[in-house]
Design a protein around this ligand. Structure first.
Ligand code: NDP
Length: 362
């Protein structure tokens, strides 16, 4: 495009969708055609206001929704990309009270959703792409286009288990491969299993598994643990745990349906060997889903949201956090659900106190 003369532009603006914009500039002096294609979050946007916005659809989010809806807060819940959360990747859930015969993770989360909707929760598929907690009401952008203002925000975005990244690990996930010994250890009662990881979680899970299983092989990739001394001591003093140092998992072996073994490699010698195991537990850490809250909410050094002890209150007024996103320690569906209940009660009480303030000042 010539830059000598001031540009006189004839603009054709075509809105392709509610946020994709194609802007055509035709320079009247040189007739050059410039097409700009961009996304906007300012055009044709409605702003919706809600009393209670819940972000995330695991046990914490849905339980918060059940309580908030029953308290007439008319909650709107955004599910995130993985509606139902981590439990949708689980097969059997045997330890959630109220299901005497067990239930699959996806079915359980369906029940949670139905119960939340029964009381009027507006459950929507969508992910929260950014937040602005600088002033009241809080602003939340959904799918990069829709802005919602909310008097209270309940965050229940959970945490994601880290995986090794082996194709066979994904293939047998839920069929012998698990990232939660407390959830799935029971299914391997009396059997031989392996666990990878050397942090506190792996150490704790290995000792938990050792109580149920005949033998637990523990793969540690270095020649030492990362876990605390006390936890390491416990592992090393459990007779049916065999720690294999400098060793990594290479492939999960199976018969197509279930795990039958694990191929491991010594990273010092390159020597490979197979362990005959029926279960393989991955305990190499979790990542809390808190990226969008960076700069707004206080987090610990690993990114978990900090809450005021004994409550679900974050450092921002009217913003509450529940479930795994603020709990790296228990990480159970039932504890997440419990803290979801707490978050809804905290939100309800916060709104009631605000209303009292307004009534007193009038
Ligand atoms: P950590 O990040 O502490 O440990 C992860 C472990 O996984 C490390 O040993 C790491 O090895 C190993 N690892 C990572 N990637 C791989 C891989 N690709 N292959 C093999 N091994 C791998 O996570 P945790 O979940 O154990 O703990 C998270 C936090 O929670 C920690 O602060 C912990 O102290 C705390 N916690 C406390 C508990 C308690 O107090 N009872 C219980 C559970 C957790 P490497 O060491 O070589 O890097």
């Amino acid at each position: 495009m010539k830059q000598s003369a001031p540009l006189q532009l004839r603009n054709n603006i075509i809105t392709l969708s509610h946020y994709n914009v194609r802007l055509q500039h035709i320079c009247t002096s040189c007739s050059e055609n410039v097409i700009l294609h961009f996304k906007t979050n300012t055009m044709s946007q409605e702003i919706e206001h809600v009393q209670c916005l819940i972000i995330g659809s695991g046990p914490a989010g849905y339980t918060a929704a059940i309580y908030a809806a029953r308290a007439d807060l008319k909650p709107v819940l955004y599910t995130g990309m993985e509606a139902g959360g981590q439990l949708t990747q689980t097969t059997e859930v045997d330890n959630f009270p109220g299901y005497p015969n067990g239930i699959t993770g996806p079915e359980m989360m369906e029940d949670f959703r139905k119960q939340a909707e029964r009381f009027g929760t507006d459950v929507r598929f969508g992910y929260v792409s950014s937040v602005d907690f600088s002033s009241m009401p809080h602003k939340v952008v959904v799918d990069e286009v829709k802005t919602i203002t909310a008097d209270t925000v309940i965050i229940s975005t959970g945490a994601t288990a880290k995986w090794l990244g082996l194709p066979s690990e994904q293939h047998y996930n839920g069929f012998g491969v698990s990232a939660c010994a407390v959830c799935d250890g029971f299914f391997f009662k009396g059997q031989d299993v392996a666990i990878v990881g050397a942090g506190d979680t792996a150490a704790e899970e290995a000792t938990y598994l050792a109580k149920l299983c005949s033998k637990v092989y523990m793969l540690v990739r270095r020649d030492e643990f990362r876990a605390s001394k006390a936890m390491v001591h416990r592992v090393l003093n459990t007779p049916n745990i065999e720690v294999i140092y400098n060793t990594e998992a290479k492939e999960v072996l199976g018969n197509g349906k279930n795990v039958t073994g694990l191929r491991v490699v010594n990273n010092q010698t390159g020597q490979e060997s197979d362990l005959a195991v029926e279960g393989f537990f991955v305990a190499i850490g979790h990542k809390p889903n808190t990226e969008i809250f960076k700069g707004w909410l206080e987090m610990d050094e690993t990114g978990y949201l900090k809450t005021v002890p004994g409550t679900t209150k974050t450092n921002v007024e009217g913003v509450f956090a529940c479930g795994d996103v603020q709990d790296h320690y228990y990480r159970q569906a039932i504890t997440a659900a419990g803290s979801g209940c707490m978050a809804a009660l905290d939100a309800e009480r916060y709104l009631a106190a605000k209303e009292d303030e307004v009534n007193v000042s009038v």
